[in-house]
Design a protein around this ligand. Structure first.
Ligand code: TPP
Ligand code: MG
Length: 367
């Protein structure tokens, strides 16, 4: 399902026809906001990659190339919805209100979780998880809870809640994802499974993981599924909007396979030239999601002042996080024991005492 061609022309495929109304309801400012979200996140993401190279971060997983899949779905979610990201959803986190510097702090190993998911300013965004697939059963369990607690399915679109869970093509081979889908389908959860098929799980191509479209997997559990052009922000928005509204209204789980491409390295620890060709990278560069939306907006008359303003916002955000991450305080090492168990625990106390003694053995005490 596609709405925008790679050259930015508006040409909905037959599968997109039922979604026309959703797209046509978007005014100029909503369309421009989606471009802004994508371009500003890209500026942030590129800054983060450079910060890792400068030794300021331990690791960075770039979102480069996946901005349309992320922004469309994040803008489609309503404020009361809860988001379960993986570890590459920088555009999603930003759209939901998470301060991007918190993601840098996480990748600097200067915080355990990054942000407080219960703080309203973080838009019900749960924490990143680096253990593949683990967030998917968490999301389904949460969505089952919404059913049990009567927080969804009443028919009030402003109040009913839903869940969006993000995962990758590699994670789609994890048992967790399948188990979550079984429960979701059986318990009719208000949940959108949002798969970003970016073609690669580190160095393993998707063809090694699946003999057919990954969309067939969720469909096989009886979950209505759409396979969309993940580099088309309008396709991502419209499909997510429709499916989330259906899920919130009591229709049960829905799934989207967003076919996209990881234009950067898996993380800053990876060298993709070892396992994929220049030709492949170039063919996806021609389908860049940001260039596509820019061409669409230009055709509708967006002027150079708008694009200059977006560029400026991206540069300002990059400068801002660059300054703030350099000033980020090193955490107290003892804090690592604080949130392992919800209640005091003998093993944690023993380990904390050992660490305190070890730190004290250095001249001048702890660093
Ligand atoms: C349970 C588990 N197994 C293996 C890994 C190592 N690992 C980290 S990322 C990754 C590939 C994930 O690929 P995909 O799900 O497609 O997400 P992408 O990185 O492409 O966004 C692997 C194997 C892990 N983090 N967790
Ligand atoms: Mg992948």
């Amino acid at each position: 399902m596609r709405i925008l061609e790679p050259d930015g022309s508006f040409a909905p495929t037959p599968e997109a026809e039922p979604l026309r109304e959703i797209v046509e309801a978007l005014d100029e400012s909503a369309l421009e906001q989606m471009y802004r979200d994508m371009a500003v996140t890209r500026a942030f993401d590129q800054q983060a990659t450079m910060l890792q190279r400068q030794g300021q971060l331990a690791l960075w997983p770039p979102s480069l190339g996946q901005e349309a899949a992320q922004v469309g779905s994040a803008r489609a979610a309503r404020s009361q919805d809860t988001i379960f990201p993986s570890y590459r959803e920088h555009a999603v986190a930003r759209v939901r209100g998470v301060d991007p510097v918190s993601i840098l702090a996480l990748m600097r190993s200067a915080t355990h979780g990054g942000w407080d998911p219960t703080d309203p300013k973080n838009g019900n965004t749960r924490l990143y998880t680096l253990v593949l697939g683990t967030q998917v059963p968490h999301a389904t369990g949460f969505a089952m809870g919404l059913n049990f607690d009567g927080r969804t399915g009443s028919g009030d679109a402003e109040k009913d809640e839903a869940v969006v869970v993000y995962y990758g093509d590699g994670a789609a081979s994890e048992g967790d994802v399948h188990e979550a889908m079984v429960f979701a389908a059986s318990y009719s959860t208000p949940e959108l499974f949002f798969l970003q098929n970016n073609q690669w799980a580190i160095s393993v191509p998707v063809a090694t993981q699946a003999a057919g479209p990954l969309a067939n997997r969720s469909a096989g559990y009886g979950i209505p599924t759409l396979r969309i052009d993940g580099n088309d922000v309008l396709a991502s928005y419209a499909a997510s909007r429709m499916y989330l509204d259906e899920a919130r209204a009591g229709g049960g789980p829905r799934a989207i396979e967003a076919v996209t491409y990881r234009m950067g390295a898996h993380t800053t620890s990876d060298d993709p030239t070892k396992y994929r060709t220049k030709a492949e990278e170039e063919s996806w560069a021609r389908r860049d999601p940001i260039a596509r939306m820019r061409a669409f907006l230009e055709n509708r008359g967006a002027g150079s002042e708008f694009f200059a303003d977006v560029d400026q916002e991206g540069e300002a955000l990059a400068a801002d996080v660059r300054t703030r991450i350099a000033e980020w305080p090193d955490p107290d090492p003892a804090s690592m024991f604080a949130h392992v168990y919800s209640e005091p625990h003998a093993l944690m106390e023993q380990q904390a005492a050992w660490l305190a003694e070890y730190e004290a053995s250095f001249e001048g005490g702890a660093a």
